[in-house]
Write a protein that binds this ligand. Structure first.
Ligand code: UTP
Length: 310
């Protein structure tokens, strides 16, 4: 069965980004000139998934408005004949067929995904985390959809990280398969210490799931951090004897975690330097600015930045 639905959980509290996320979801933070969520919806649509269900929480208005008409802005731009800005504002309105359901209490990613059950029904579907951006020049989701269809199994995205970073992710124990970029998952642990991690393969925010995951999530108990963890449900599917199991696609491309403040800053710089419109000027400025950092004064002293600025 062709996979057509994407579930995007955006109900997390985004506490790492306070106070920016006090009244606005972190998925609406701009990455260059688009909110993070727009990159994620563009990725889903690019992989053929136009039916998008967002699992929202409080402060959902900004998200809904972003994927809706903005008639006042549109008519002002139309009256001015500013077709380029008009195209930019209307693009996200027509991008996908977006639906919304509220999570209620943010009880964890597994709980958020379970809220998609009514909409998804008995079909395989994709899950994309709204604060995780995959560079559009690198292939991940379409490869995962292919593997899920070939094997009839759930598929997760894995990225090799430094051992010191694995405690921030779910980690996978894996076996090789005949496909170089595909592994069979034999076990999963949510946010293990470096010593307890079965590998340095971290679960990142893309999943293609079989609908059986909903039955498992119905009885998944709160795990790490007191949250209902999707990783724990997938561990159960991976361990099920006679089931299709869980596979991983090992991603070697560029991924930007916009939910973490430092990674967010890096994401903006990395994406901006490659932009055709802003890139040339930004690169020139950045080179100059970086050269001043070699002489960066110690904390408390004023940074003299000759030649750097607007
Ligand atoms: P995170 O753990 O990154 O989100 O969840 P968070 O809880 O908002 O982050 P911090 O630690 O407080 O800053 C991964 C994804 O799952 C969603 C989040 O919105 C994010 O896209 N999520 C998480 C939910 O939709 N509901 C939840 O209960 C938890």
């Amino acid at each position: 069965m062709a996979i057509t639905k994407a579930v995007i959980p955006v109900a997390g509290l985004g506490t790492r980004f306070l106070p920016a996320t006090k009244a606005m979801p972190k998925e609406m933070l701009p990455v260059v000139d688009k909110p993070a969520i727009q990159y994620v919806v563009e990725e889903a649509v690019g992989a053929g998934l136009r039916d998008v269900l967002m699992i929202t929480g409080r402060n959902k208005n900004a998200l809904e408005n972003h994927f809706d008409r903005a008639t006042e802005i549109e008519s002002t731009l139309a009256a001015k004949g500013d077709t380029e800005k008009l195209r930019r504002v209307m693009y996200s309105t027509d991008l996908a067929d977006v639906h919304y359901v509220r999570q209620g209490d943010p009880k964890g990613l597994g709980h958020a995904v379970l809220r998609g059950r009514m909409h998804v029904g008995n079909e395989p579907f994709a899950v994309l985390l709204g604060d995780d951006i995959i560079d559009s020049r690198d292939v991940l989701l379409s490869r995962m959809l292919e593997v899920a269809e070939e094997r009839g199994a759930s598929v997760i995205a894995l990225l090799e990280v430094e051992p010191s970073q694995i405690h921030l992710y779910g980690a996978a124990a894996v076996e090789a398969t005949d496909d170089g970029d595909v592994v069979r998952v034999t076990g999963l642990v949510e946010k293990p210490s470096a010593e307890d991690a079965p590998s340095n393969l971290a679960i990142i925010g893309r999943y293609v799931l079989q609908p059986e995951v909903f039955d498992v999530l119905e009885h998944t108990e709160p795990g790490k951090g007191g949250e209902i963890q999707l990783t724990d449900a997938l561990q159960e599917l991976a361990a099920e004897s006679g089931g299709p199991g869980v596979y991983g696609v090992v991603f070697r491309g560029r991924r930007y975690d916009t939910g973490d403040r430092l990674d967010y800053l890096k994401s903006i710089v990395q994406l901006a330097v490659d932009r055709e419109d802003l890139g040339p000027d930004f690169r020139a400025w950045l080179r100059k600015y970086a050269s001043t950092l070699a002489n960066k004064p110690k904390a408390g002293e004023t940074l003299d930045e000759p030649g750097v600025g607007a």
